[in-house]
Design a protein. Sequence first.
Length: 167
Amino acid sequence: MIDTTMTTEERRAALEHGPLYSFSEWASFVVPPGAGVYTIWDDEGRFIYVGMSGRGLTRDDVAAMKESGERRGLVQRLASHASGRRSGDQFCVYVADRLVLPRLTEDEIRRIAEGENALFDNLIRDYIAANLAYRFIVTDDGKEASDIEVEIKAGVLSAGKPLLNPG
């Protein structure tokens, strides 16, 4: 788990150069519950997306989750992204539209247009697993996570703004 007492520069460095976890080896035990910020990178090192989890969580909520072992917040958000399902997941919609759709064959597009929605979600999941990885930090609460996400969308990392959701 990342130390929540890190300085602003240490947090930015962790989100840009810290340990990188591949979605192909999704392991929810690596990601703690609670509030946090994450960055997503492609296999070429391109900054793809920044997100946060825990909106509305207070320090007390986060502490209670850690004590009880409840697994929600950051771990749920990244698990949702790993699933590839577009329903309720804006990241997966962005990946579908910008990264997967341009690679589809005419046959795949036809099948999806005819209602094979699971096919598209599976293709998105497979793309995410094969090409994307994430870094994360934990925060004390949702407000802190949201503030960090806004800064990163604005381009404070040396990688610039994320491809899929610039500020």
